[in-house]
Write a protein that binds this ligand. Structure first.
Ligand SMILES: [Zn+2]
Length: 205
């Protein structure tokens, strides 16, 4: 496969790979020893993925892609942090990916924990877990204020808010979108179906 050069091409590859995965007929491309050797000197991924660490959101598997295809950044609940912004800026400025996909999923433990915390019921002890929860809390509060009480609604809003923060804080990324060199897509991964549901797009022509 020639490397996709545009956001549209990159998105098409991800969509068709996900269709293979959903249908249970993955091609497992670029996962053999030849592919490994071919890219050993230089990576040229065609998209960056920023998603939740959830063990079921296995990036290359759910898009049926291979080695060297995706620059993957993940943490619990896909929460923006300076290191995340740096990683995504690297993907755009150095690796010149034409697409960033921000991927949440249904029944996210990080979102659920933040909803529990909003109700005063968070029982987890870890200081740094509380740090994650605090970063998601403004979204949960905005959702609740807007009358959105389901985890699906809150997860969608969290993906939108995450992208807004990404574009607001990173000039490299927002400028690349303005220049037509980069698209940012936000989506939700459905654990049982294996499907990707698009929530928001910026610059995807
Ligand atoms: Zn999650």
């Amino acid at each position: 496969m020639p490397r996709p050069q545009t956001a549209h091409q990159a998105w098409s590859v991800l969509e068709s790979g996900n269709s293979n995965f959903v249908a249970g007929t993955p091609a497992h491309p670029r996962q053999d020893a030849d592919a490994r050797v071919a890219i050993a000197n230089k990576q040229k991924p065609f998209a960056a993925l920023f998603g939740c660490s959830d063990s079921r959101l296995a990036a290359e598997m759910i898009f049926d892609v291979g080695l060297g295809d995706l620059f993957v950044v993940r943490n619990a609940g896909q929460v923006i942090a300076e290191t995340i912004l740096g990683s995504l800026e690297y993907a755009v400025e150095v690796l010149e990916v034409p697409l960033i996909l921000v991927l949440g999923h249904d029944e996210c433990g990080a979102i659920r924990s933040t909803m529990d915390a909003a109700n005063g019921n968070l029982e987890l002890q870890g200081d740094f877990i509380h740090n994650l929860v605090q970063r998601i809390m403004p979204t949960v509060k905005r959702s609740l204020d807007a009358g959105e009480t389901s985890i699906d609604e809150i997860t969608d809003r969290h993906v939108r808010d995450t992208i807004d923060e990404l574009m607001e804080r990173s000039k490299v990324i927002s400028q690349a979108v303005k220049d037509g060199k980069l698209a940012v897509v936000g989506a939700n991964y459905k654990l049982e179906l294996g499907e990707i549901h698009v929530i928001v797009t910026h610059g995807l022509i």
